[in-house]
Design a protein around this ligand. Structure first.
Ligand code: HEC
Length: 485
């Protein structure tokens, strides 16, 4: 993998075609395997694809003829996939994210960069050039950051390969560890959103960020994407700073061009487009499904070419593994610590919330003196869809519904298309008479109100997240209000 190869334009389709087609075929197989494995793996085809590729790559040597296409998939199709993620996000969601997560990402970046670099040279006695590359990969965005920095500092090619291997391997490990730790309850206090922030701020590989957050929920994916991309943008100022240091220490040399992560601007363009123009839901669905397929291809390719043997080349495999583990621990620890400190996780984990009626309660959500279920119902925005009453011919009709279709996201998607409505589109159920019902949602899957609200994804996800930021006591008040209808 040469440094110059990355900067070169992706021309020359013919030699890439075999690799791309194999990646596509393997992605299909991986998706099919994932579907057959049942939950929770069926919900996580990205992870299955990675493991599948890893298994194949370990057993068989990747044939040279496939190499160009596989490398193309890992680099350019990954970036295309990231750009298309913009269709998941709108300006509203971005504004909802706020400045705190991005600040967290920035602090995490600097901490990891310094700690990993210093420990890798001092404790693990790595070459300082190699240590810098690994530190940059661990703190920003894996392979792409390493290659950009290597282009700037004219790093040794072998170092680039080793650094990328270390970072890819630890990224893979992170992709496996995060969702498992989250679901096993080892990250107390995190909800989907703060988990997304932690993932986006700390996992260094873009593809791994996608996999780890998507395996928890779509909401987590959206947040993680935003935070991660804000971090990728930080690569530009970092490279400028290093470029300045570089040119000061070696004044005679010609300056290397600072590569621009253009796909981030592509992502922003798609995001703006998606905010301004309402894409037909069916088209949007197709795009997102195609996008997920791209990520499957990338994952298979990553797995195929992640060579465990590479570590030995640099000598001292154990030292490199040590640095890789250090990178995971420092970045995960810093991000989790900061998210906890910022109180982003404080409100949602209902399980470990103190007794109901706790007064500091809804601080942060601006709904401090809780209690009144009806008021909270309207304050968090449930009334956006569950409109209290509609004008009928004989006066107002109390409904708690707008009687309109809404895209409710993947959890409620039954994949059945009727006319203009996709499987994820549902008509707001009138909540009037709710107290008389035992089971909720269109297929009666939810037996508690909590479960019914939890399944509100898509257009309802912001309001749902806000609802679960309320204290347990306030949530109960809303449930009581609903049951009284
Ligand atoms: C984006 C629009 C939207 C928002 C916002 C919204 N809902 Fe809903 N709600 C729906 C739709 C659509 C359904 C029907 C989904 C289905 O049947 O699968 C529904 C169903 C429900 C149900 C199940 C009713 C039944 O009998 O099946 C409950 C309970 C509910 N919503 C409560 C809430 C609460 C509480 C909030 C605020 C936290 C809220 N909703 C916010 C659109 C919305």
């Amino acid at each position: 993998m040469s440094v110059r190869g990355w900067a070169a334009a992706p021309w020359g389709v013919r030699d890439k075609l075999p690799g791309i087609m194999v990646a596509g075929a393997l992605a299909l197989v991986a998706g099919w395997i994932a579907g057959g494995l049942g939950d929770p793996l069926a919900r996580n085809p990205v992870l299955v694809a990675m493991l599948f590729g890893l298994l194949l790559g370990t057993c068989l040597e990747c044939p040279g003829a496939l190499r160009p296409g596989i490398d193309f998939t890992k680099r350019y199709l990954l970036r295309l996939g990231v750009m298309l993620l913009g269709f998941r996000i709108t300006v509203v969601l971005l504004a909802d994210l706020g400045i705190v997560p991005i600040t967290i990402a920035a602090i995490e970046l600097v901490t990891v960069l310094l700690v990993v670099r210093i420990v890798a040279t001092r404790v693990f006695k790595l070459d300082s050039g190699l240590a810098l590359l690994i530190a940059v990969g661990a703190s920003i965005c894996g392979g792409a950051a390493i290659m950009s920095m290597a282009a700037l500092t004219r790093a040794r090619e072998q170092h680039v390969g080793v650094a990328i291997t270390v970072i890819t391997l630890s990224g893979t490990l992170a992709l496996l560890l995060y969702p498992v730790a989250f679901m096993a309850g080892l990250m107390p206090g995190l909800d989907d959103r703060s988990f997304g922030i932690t993932v986006g701020a700390s996992i260094f590989e873009l593809a791994a960020v996608y996999g780890a957050s998507y395996s928890v929920s779509e909401g987590a994916l959206n947040v993680a994407t935003l935070v991660k991309l804000s971090k990728v943008v930080m690569l530009v100022p970092l490279l400028v700073v290093f470029g300045l240091i570089q040119s000061r220490s070696k004044p005679g040399e010609a300056k290397a061009r600072v590569p621009v992560p253009w796909f981030v601007f592509g992502f922003i363009a798609v995001l703006l487009f998606n905010s301004v123009i309402k894409v037909h839901p069916q088209v949007r669905r197709l795009i997102l499904e195609g996008d997920q397929f791209l990520f499957l291809m990338v994952m298979v390719s990553l797995g195929l070419t992640t060579s465990l043997a590479r570590l030995r080349e640099a000598g001292g495999a154990w030292r490199l593994i040590g640095v890789g583990l250090l990178a995971i621990m420092v970045s995960a620890g810093t991000a989790y610590g900061l998210v906890s400190l910022a109180g982003l996780n404080a409100s949602a984990g209902a399980s470990q919330r103190a007794a109901p009626g706790q007064p500091e309660a809804a601080a942060g959500s601006g709904l401090a003196e809780g209690g009144d279920g009806a008021r909270l119902f309207s304050a968090v925005g449930c009334e956006k869809c569950h409109v209290r009453s509609l004008q009928g011919s004989a006066g107002d009709v109390l409904l708690y519904s707008d009687l309109l279709l809404h895209d409710m996201g993947a959890a409620l998607d039954d994949k059945i298309v009727q006319g203009d409505a996709t499987g994820a589109d549902w008509r707001t159920t009138p909540l009037i008479g709710l107290g008389l019902r035992q089971r909720f949602l269109h297929d009666g899957r939810a037996s508690t109100l909590r479960a019914a609200v939890l399944d509100h994804g898509g257009e309802g996800s912001i309001v749902r997240d806000r609802f679960f930021e309320l204290t347990e006591a306030d949530q109960q008040a809303v449930y009581r209000f609903l049951s009284s209808l």
